[in-house]
Design a protein around this ligand. Structure first.
Ligand SMILES: Cc1cc2nc3c(=O)[nH]c(=O)nc-3n(C[C@H](O)[C@H](O)[C@H](O)COP(=O)(O)OP(=O)(O)OC[C@H]3O[C@@H](n4cnc5c(N)ncnc54)[C@H](O)[C@@H]3O)c2cc1C
Length: 556
């Protein structure tokens, strides 16, 4: 090929997040020439994955077995299908992707990643427990494998592989290149065009400028869209909000993802023949804190709660099962919004915060992110009299936290940041009723039953679930209340694709030369989660769909 290596390649990838990186590495391994474009600067390599906790959904692993967990492909399939609740005519590709991912997660996934040097924290996390029946949503067993080194630990092996391909001249990276158009002529994909943005030395994850200083065009017969979802664009989130299922969208939300998760590339892909399905399926959390030390605009941090905090809606009414901490994200979101307010409350004791509060994100878990055992032991097992340092920092500086010695003082503090005042007597009655349930290892209260069940899992008993105790008893205090905001995160729908990650148009036929991977493709197929996610399946889907595209024979 005589065309300039700078402008002509076999494949163009739009987006240097984890999905784009995986595709680039796999293509590079096959000797393909790749141009990898990203609107952000080089220091943003890895996109959202850098900020992630690095949790991966895998099935029947040595980590699970060592923790006494019996998992199987069949159980995981039941859990996935019970959660996805696929019910649309257009769910054909998403369903095929779900099955293919389950096969991958139960077989090749771990050895492939292990071979690249990835390792996992030995205590497997139990996310999205469901709580509404064996055929409903949720993980029957713990499957959330936190990567050693968290998000950066997921990005690192691929960044290393990428570097080798760059050094060998197989992959060219172009940062600050914002794609605005996919060039299609006579039905054939020819390349992409867009604007070169001004250099920006912003720290990773911060908002960068959009000043255009030039234009560019690059050419290839195949283009892979790896541009992420829409969670950083709250207007788009509201526009796509499933009003029929969840009611009106929240007025106030915090952003759980950086500004670059802007959704801008999706209509550009549609204009070239792509087709978005399940745009109304999304995954936003109900335990968002306003970050006291923000990196990106309106930065929210999610609490990954253990099961013991009492959960009240804005009116002070306790949420009922399955709306328990860590059980059923979307059912809880629906219940919270039913009140007409877009926030809710955790009420807990110091004992609960010490053992059960974790925050999502690599920067909120410096011990796990460091990849050093000593750090982990110091932070998690030796921090007597306090929660891990990042949680304590939120307790101290976070505007959503109230700490008090008595319930009267607590409610007074809550009312200072509430939109609707709470009554102490109403809260007291509910907490006292719950407290009266904890003296036996059995109870009738659904949450107390769930706490006791959680402690049957060694991992939860060790680091995630406080011994049941009376929240109002002084010795367990001080009392803590946390105002929880809705936090945007994942886009479950996306560009429809077949199992080669090739886009499938509105008429159901494959679009030659156009591919989509990662969150842009709803993690595969245009929405392989269906309505609900089991967690760890976002990074998992990026790894899998990027690999499928990178290994596809359809990319010549
Ligand atoms: C705090 C946090 C914690 C998380 N924890 C977990 C977890 O533990 N487990 C899990 O499974 N998932 C987790 N996730 C979700 C997961 O990290 C993301 O879903 C995943 O990384 C998305 O990867 P991606 O490559 O599809 O997109 P992104 O990471 O969003 O990358 C897309 C890239 O495309 C670029 N781009 C977009 N449009 C254009 C354009 N027009 N031109 C050029 N470039 C463009 C963007 O700048 C960006 O770099 C977490 C996410 C966050 C933010």
């Amino acid at each position: 090929m005589s065309d300039s290596i700078d402008t002509h390649a076999d494949v163009i990838i739009v987006g240097a997040g984890i999905a784009g990186l995986v595709a680039a590495c796999e293509l590079g391994d096959r000797g393909k020439r790749v141009i990898l474009l990203d609107q952000e600067p080089a220091q943003f390599l890895g996109g959202q994955a850098h900020w992630s906790l690095g949790g991966l959904f895998m099935i029947d692993t040595p980590e699970q077995r060592r923790m006494g967990i019996t998992d199987s492909h069949d159980l995981a399939r039941r859990d996935w299908m019970g959660s996805a609740q696929f019910d649309r005519a257009g769910d054909d590709w998403p369903k095929q992707w779900a099955r293919a991912y389950l096969d991958f997660a139960a077989s090749e996934m771990r050895p492939w990643l292990h071979e690249m040097g990835m390792r996992w924290f030995p205590i497997v996390g139990w996310a999205e427990r469901g709580g509404s029946g064996a055929e409903g949503h949720g993980n029957s067993v713990p499957r959330f494998h936190v990567t050693w080194g968290t998000g950066p630990g997921v990005v690192a092996p691929f960044a290393t592989r990428l570097q080798a391909h760059v050094a060998a001249g197989r992959v060219i990276c172009r940062f600050r290149h914002q794609v605005s158009h996919i060039i299609v002529q006579a039905g054939e994909v020819k390349g992409v065009s867009g604007e070169v943005l001004a250099a920006d030395s912003a720290p990773q994850g911060a908002k960068t400028n959009r000043q255009e200083i030039g234009e560019f065009e690059v050419y290839a017969p195949s283009v892979i869209v790896a541009s992420g979802g829409i969670g950083g664009n709250l207007d788009l989130v509201r526009k796509n909000w499933p009003r029929d299922r969840l009611g009106a969208p929240p007025e106030n939300m915090v952003a759980g993802v950086p500004f670059h998760v802007d959704g801008r590339m999706i209509p550009i892909a549609e204009a070239a023949g792509g087709h978005v399905i399940n745009g109304d399926r999304m995954w936003h959390y109900t335990e968002g804190l306003r970050n006291w030390d923000p990196i990106w605009p309106n930065h929210g941090i999610r609490i990954l709660p253990g099961p013991s905090s009492m959960w009240f809606d804005a009116l002070g009414n306790r949420l009922q099962a399955p709306c328990l901490p860590g059980f059923d994200t979307l059912a809880t979101l629906k219940e919270i919004l039913k009140t007409g307010y877009d926030y809710s409350w955790f009420v807990l004791s110091q004992k609960i915060i010490e053992k059960e509060f974790a925050l999502s994100g690599s920067e909120q878990n410096p011990d796990l992110t460091s990849g050093k055992w000593l750090e982990v032991i110091r932070a998690r097992l030796m921090s007597r009299g306090g929660a891990p340092a990042p949680v304590e920092a939120f307790k101290k500086h976070g505007q959503d936290f109230v700490v008090a010695d008595t319930l009267a003082e607590l409610v007074e503090g809550m009312n200072r940041i509430a939109e609707v005042p709470l009554e102490e007597t109403h809260l007291r009655r509910q907490i006292e009723a719950r407290d009266a349930q904890v003296d036996n290892p059995f109870a009738k209260d659904a949450q107390v039953i769930a706490i006791n069940a959680a402690r049957n899992y060694r991992g939860d008993r060790l680091i995630r679930t406080a011994k049941p105790h009376r929240i109002l008893e002084r010795k367990n205090g001080p009392l803590i209340a946390v105002r929880l905001n809705i936090l945007t995160r994942k886009t479950l729908g996306g560009l429809q694709t077949n199992l080669d990650s090739q886009m499938v148009g509105a008429d159901g036929t494959a679009v030659p030369g156009l591919f989509a991977v990662g969150e842009a493709a709803g993690f595969g197929g245009g929405g392989y989660h269906g309505y609900n996610a089991l967690e760890g399946t976002f990074l998992g889907g990026c790894l899998f769909s990027g690999r499928q595209a990178g290994r596809s024979d359809l990319i010549a």
